[in-house]
Design a binder for this molecule. Sequence first.
Ligand code: FES
Ligand SMILES: [Fe+2]
Length: 361
Amino acid sequence: MRDFSVDPDITKARTIHTDFYTSPEVFELCKEKIFAPSWQFIGNTALVKDHDDVHPFTLLENHLDEPLALTKSKDGQIHLVSNVCTHRGNIVAEKTCHVSKLRCRYHGRTFSLDGKFLSMPEFKEVQNFPAKTDDLTSLPLFRWSNFLFSAMNKKFQPEVFFNDMMKRVSWMPLDQFVFRPELSKEFHVKANWALYCENYLEGFHIPYVHAELNAVIDFENYTTELFFPYSNLQIGMARKNEGCFDLPESSPEYGKKVAAYYFWVFPNMMFNFYPWGLSVNVVSPLTVSECKVSFFTYVWDESKMKTGAGFGLDRVEQEDEEIVENVQRGVRSRFYEQGRYSATRERGTHHFHRILADFIK
Ligand code: FES
Ligand SMILES: [Fe+2]
């Protein structure tokens, strides 16, 4: 396979080779090398509000395509288990339900809500049964306030991805953020998932692509902080006092006019904090040249929704979509393979490309 490595020195580096965005083989490799071991956003704890609630879902449909079920047992614990019956592989929970145990409707095998095998008809004669492998696989679950994340294996500790962000916004009352499904959205983008992410990772394009956002953000004071290994932060300062955070002294930005904190967590999550609340964006790969972007909206102070950098997000999204779809057409060209980075404005994108290269090798 091609060597995707990217020079750690941004002043010397060339951008990741375009095969990354166009090769179906590389796209396939991303599944097990990037998406399976990394932490993925599931949603918030309200998905299983009461004990005995079961919420089945597919993790990264069309990519990882993993059938899972989030459950809450009687003791109030939340569990994430494989939703595939250990008998012959049927899907166990088919829709959201309220049950004290899971029952597979193919041949009646039952499991407790934490995935333990309970019973199976017509299996008296079967030797060495039940065994550990007859339980539903239990998956790692990471909880940050009311947000839930999981990884398909235990290769990485969640703290490696989330700690810097968690520390930086620890003063925010995240438990008071309310999920608003009617303000949440999905967008279908005709571009490789990584092109969408790398566009997010630089504010360089704001004056060129987002005229209205540029009017409220102070481009000169836009900053990017890299957190090693797997996350980074861009801060948009407000041009005017309107639409900025009321920061406590404990914040490193105390006294500054912050309009937005844009955190990115490898590989596909964005946590955009605005004075009104949070927009979590998740980029799901669909095909090598298509992805889905889901916006989950959590409101903290609704009265601040009409001003600042967190207003008009649909327009900004559309402007980004248009440009990354153009880039997808461009990276297929026989005349373009790699470019260079601005050492001042594209550090986030460079950081991302380096991590990609590292995971894919
Ligand atoms: S597949 Fe579930 S009981 Fe047979
Ligand atoms: Fe943008």
